[in-house]
Design a protein around this ligand. Sequence first.
Ligand code: ZN
Length: 221
Amino acid sequence: MSYQHQYADGTHIHFPLGKVVCIGRNYAEHAHELNNPIPTEPLLFIKPGSCVVPADGGFKIPAERGAVHYETEIAVLLGKALSTQPSEEEVLDAISGFAPALDLTLRDVQARLKEKGLPWELAKSFDGACVLAPFVAAGTFPDLTDIPVRLTLNGEVRQDGSSALMLNPIVPMIQHMAAQFSLLAGDVILTGTPAGVGPLASGDELVLELPGTLRVQTRVL
Ligand code: ZN
């Protein structure tokens, strides 16, 4: 299925999908639930644009590659390029929207890679590994340190977080990312998952929310 950025009100977004820059262990409770230490500096990884699929209509998960975990995250869409040392104002000006997203992870594969100290791509970059809901405009959230995010799975709330709980808040996180490599219009930032991750199975019904703002129903095909 081809993916094109869009706003929840149906407005087309003209810039193309770029890369998806992710941060690991950005919520203390989630680091603890997987028995991981809290990183001393932001743990970054990148999912390729080729792994992005829209949430509408449902999504597929890989079969026979071990557990596939959901990680529900606040996605930030960039509408302008950022590089070197952007100021807080430049970062705020570059943000075009927010959406709930799933950073799907082959957890058994990731555990084997982690054990050997290897990169995570095999666990994080498979086709369909990033499920993106449509975006709401950046101005929807005047306070980026208080954006709620929630996942309801088969009628039960499994993840209920807020950017208030992030170890690296959104703006300094993006400043740090841009200091490592250029970010471009159309890139998406996944800001880490709150506690409550777990496996998905075919037929699961999911509701992805930025509570009070956006609610998207989807399912595992
Ligand atoms: Zn994640």
